[in-house]
Write a protein that binds this ligand. Structure first.
Ligand code: 5GP
Length: 406
């Protein structure tokens, strides 16, 4: 790739301008691994390319879920260590999300048992300051030093928590526990969405702790390097294998596991309602097929159709659409082993039905799972905004205005 000027160089990556597009940067990762505030440094041949693959695949997953990130394209292929990202002004804070107690948390708080499940997730902020070993910083202090506004801190916490949950979901399906995770944020520097927050920097095997089978002794992440007494060539070879294995596994994360929504409409008068149901599930990117049947007039066709759909789609949720007294839902429940939901024309809740379908298919599909989480966050945010507006009408300034997550 024809890169422009080098903008900055860190311990593990280099940023270049992208010729002709001032809003875009090129991120290349280096074959360097370091720990103990840079006191320990090694070269791990191929690590830059592997880290680019991991980061690009993680960011593409987050983009597919609808979370705002700086990632545009590139970096995912074996021979490609050049990731295109939106130019962003970085906020010098590391946001750490912990789902399981480990690392600096158990050192700081001996009362918390190592390996204890943390619900709700614990969110901590660390100031990026190598000279002072990236100290823990309180939210008030971040605001007091003008590093971020209270609204930005709220959005950063929510986005970091969602990033953790999405990646934990993906790892859990590979029998691996995501223990904790570090993310960083930036504000879009120019062009569309200028000033808005995005998940930025990198998210790779240096950014998290992952324990296969929930066992710390099987860890695959950078902690293995941090823990070494001395670093031998054999250690570096093992680390490289682990990093490669992690990148390969992460490559399977941003894949939709095709599920199908079968919308079975009991009677032609409800055809338009069936179309509305298809649009509602489409908000989550779920594919659907629609069929009009009549339990009374074409019972044989209903049975044949369901048998055919059951045999065609490995993962399917059926929605029976019809009048309140339609016998279709009961019939489908008795003939199909797939879940059956109903839409009663007299009491339609399209968002509710779409959520139920997405939650069912999201059990096995991390992209759909992430979209459900984002939709829930936006629904919460809309309620808070409505309340803030009401308070403003009643008594001047709002209490704590919420802002839309994405
Ligand atoms: P801890 O505070 O327990 O040492 O780290 C919490 C999480 O943040 C771990 O997943 C760790 O890998 C990550 N983390 C902490 N500091 C850094 C850092 O400077 N760079 C990177 N890449 N990850 C970090």
């Amino acid at each position: 790739m024809n890169k422009g000027h080098e903008i900055t160089r860190g311990k593990t990556k280099v940023l270049h301008e992208y010729p002709g597009q001032p809003d875009v940067l090129v991120v290349s990762q280096l074959d360097a691994i370091s720990a103990r505030d840079g006191e320990r440094r090694d070269t791990l041949e191929g690590k830059g390319r592997i880290a680019a693959k991991t980061t690009a695949r993680v960011f593409r997953l987050l983009n597919l879920c609808g979370l705002p990130t700086h990632y545009l394209s590139g970096g995912e292929d074996d021979d490609d260590n050049e990731m295109l990202v939106r130019r962003a002004q970085m906020i010098p804070i590391e946001v750490v999300v912990r789902g399981v107690a480990a690392g600096s948390l158990v050192k700081r708080k001996p009362g918390i048992a190592r390996g204890a499940l943390l619900v709700p997730r614990l969110i901590e902020f660390f100031l990026k300051d190598d000279a002072n070993h990236d100290p823990l910083i309180e939210a008030d202090d971040i605001v007091g030093r003008d590093l971020a506004t209270p609204q930005e801190l709220g959005t950063m916490s929510e986005l970091a928590r969602m990033t953790y949950e999405i990646l934990a979901h993906a790892w859990r399906r590979r029998d691996t526990l995501l223990v904790d995770l570090k993310v960083e944020f930036g504000r879009i520097a120019s062009g569309e969405g200028k000033g808005s927050l995005v998940i930025a920097d990198v998210i790779d095997n240096d950014s998290w702790r992952i324990w296969p089978q929930g066992r710390e002794d099987l860890m695959l992440d950078k902690q293995l390097y941090r823990n070494l007494e001395t670093v031998t060539p054999a250690d570096l070879a093992l680390l490289r294998d682990n990093y490669e294995r992690v990148a390969d596994t992460v490559g399977t994360f941003p894949q939709m596991r095709p599920g199908m929504i079968a919308i079975i409409i009991d009677g032609a008068p409800f055809a338009e309602l069936g179309n509305s149901v298809a649009r509602a599930v489409g908000q989550f990117g779920l594919a659907s097929v629609r069929h009009i049947v009549s339990v009374e007039r074409t019972p044989g066709y209903v049975l044949q159709l369901i048998a055919q759909l059951d045999a065609t789609f490995a993962k399917m949720v059926i929605i029976a659409v019809g009048a309140t007294n339609s016998a279709l839902p009961g019939m489908l429940d008795n003939v199909s082993a797939n879940p059956v939901l109903r839409v009663d024309a007299a009491a339609v809740d399209l968002d509710g039905i779409a959520f139920s379908c997405a939650k069912a298919l999201g059990l096995e599909d991390t992209i759909v799972y992430g979209r459900v989480m984002l939709m829930q966050a936006n629904v919460r945010s809309a309620v808070m905004q409505a309340d803030a507006q009401l308070q403003a009408q009643q008594q001047g300034p709002p209490l704590a205005p919420g802002s839309s997550i994405a």
